[in-house]
Design a protein around this ligand. Structure first.
Ligand code: HEC
Ligand code: HEC
Length: 347
């Protein structure tokens, strides 16, 4: 009974931990719940999704009718963008990096500061924001009611004359919820493992050939980037970036979370497509992000426990090959079907 055997067992139990997490997540995801029933192929629902999609791509939403949701949330980049900060309706730069949109139904918090808890609340936020779209709900509703095509389309969907703000929210939420991205390379691989017999499963897993150190690191990531197919979206945490509302004065108009320093743990789904990274887009590449978690975490007052060891920020001590494995894992969360799916494109 040498140390070799011990290592093997250690390795295997960790592997089982990670795999069983993902199995659990996948099963809970597949479990039919009321949220998913709205995706049933029911004519009225699909009409609402189509109407929401039309609005998503329509600059009628912005004050000077120049930009749409799609100006910042682009399908080819998993409904985010590849600039650090987008510009709003009158060319002013935003202060936060645009968040990618997929599997939003699995999120418990929205926006970097996690200040919104309902998807419905995210619709008028950009429309009314003075930098983003600069519009008002009243003026949008009146533009829609005066447009040549929207009154008829809404009437078909809702059976009532006249468009009101709750209808706009309903159809746009229907479209946002339809943005499901479930075919990343990683997810497809997991699916094939599930379909295999238990024996086949163990074989496939060992073929993955992740060293135990990598499994341990991914298990750490998963503590915060948790949740079935989003790998994030359900927790607010501090990952130790050198930025602290407690130390720097919060920029004007910026809403703070209760502690003032927590951020939404973002989804890692399609993460390779929407560099730069973090709420302020400070990292240009996934390599930079992994190097940050490897050696750069700062001891901040609000640094979350997951990233501390004995009160000190964690150091992963990964070599170059190990860092590449983590980056490769992140890249395997890319779903190329999602960014090409014509159902989500400009109508
Ligand atoms: C000018 C760029 C811009 C436009 C236009 C824009 N967004 Fe965004 N969107 C952002 C940014 C930046 C964030 C993150 C803001 C924050 O956290 O403070 C964001 C966040 C979101 C989120 C939260 C996602 C999450 O996972 O937390 C949703 C949903 C969203 N936008 C939907 C929309 C919709 C719908 C429209 C059109 C009505 C729209 N956005 C228009 C830039 C934009
Ligand atoms: C303590 C919780 C926590 C742990 C553990 C954690 N993260 Fe994060 N992660 C966050 C938070 C919070 C953010 C957003 C921070 C911000 O923008 O200020 C984030 C952001 C990211 C982003 C940027 C995503 C984007 O779209 O901008 C990537 C990539 C990332 N993490 C990968 C990882 C990896 C890889 C690991 C494991 C090595 C990991 N995270 C471990 C909390 C965590």
């Amino acid at each position: 009974m040498g140390s070799k055997k011990f290592n093997k067992e250690f390795h295997f139990s960790n592997l089982i931990f990670v795999i069983s997490f993902f199995l659990l997540a996948l099963f809970s995801f597949n479990f039919p719940n009321s949220n998913y029933l709205i995706f049933s192929d029911n004519g009225a629902d699909s009409m609402k999704i189509q109407l929401g999609r039309k609005l998503f791509y329509d600059p009628i939403l912005s004050k000077n009718k120049t930009i749409s949701c799609n100006s910042c949330h682009k399908q080819e980049f998993a409904f985010a963008d590849t600039v650090r900060f987008n510009r709003g309706w009158n060319g002013k730069l935003l202060r936060k990096n645009t968040i990618s949109l997929s599997n939003l139904i699995n999120n418990e918090f929205f926006l970097w500061d996690g200040s919104l808890k309902e998807l419905g609340k995210t619709i008028f936020r950009p429309i009314k924001d003075s930098i983003e779209m600069g519009n008002s709900v009243e003026s949008l509703i009146s533009s829609l009611n005066q447009s040549p095509d929207y009154p008829g389309l809404f009437r078909k969907s809702f059976g009532a004359r006249g468009i009101d703000s709750s209808m706009v929210v309903e159809v746009m939420v229907a479209f946002l919820k339809s943005l499901k991205s479930e075919k990343s390379f990683f997810k497809l691989r997991m699916d094939s493992i599930i379909k295999a017999s238990p024996e086949g499963m163990a074989k496939k897993i060992s073929q993955e050939n992740f060293p135990s150190k990598i499994i341990n690191v991914l298990t750490l990531c998963e503590k915060c980037h948790s949740g079935s197919i989003s790998y994030g979206g359900s927790q607010l945490k501090n990952n130790g970036l050198d930025f602290d509302y407690g130390e720097k004065k919060a920029p004007e108009n910026e809403k703070l979370t209760d502690s003032g320093t927590l951020f939404k743990v973002p989804s890692l789904n399609n993460v390779a497509l929407n560099a730069p990274y973090m709420h302020d887009g400070r990292f240009n590449t996934l390599e930079d992000v992994v190097e940050y978690y490897n050696s750069g975490i700062k001891l901040k007052k609000f640094l979350s426990e997951e990233l501390k060891i004995n009160g000190e920020p964690i150091r992963l001590n990964l070599d170059n090959e190990e860092k590449k494995m983590i980056v490769d894992f992140l890249k395997s969360l890319t779903d190329t079907n999602f960014i090409k799916n014509p159902d989500f494109g400009k109508p």
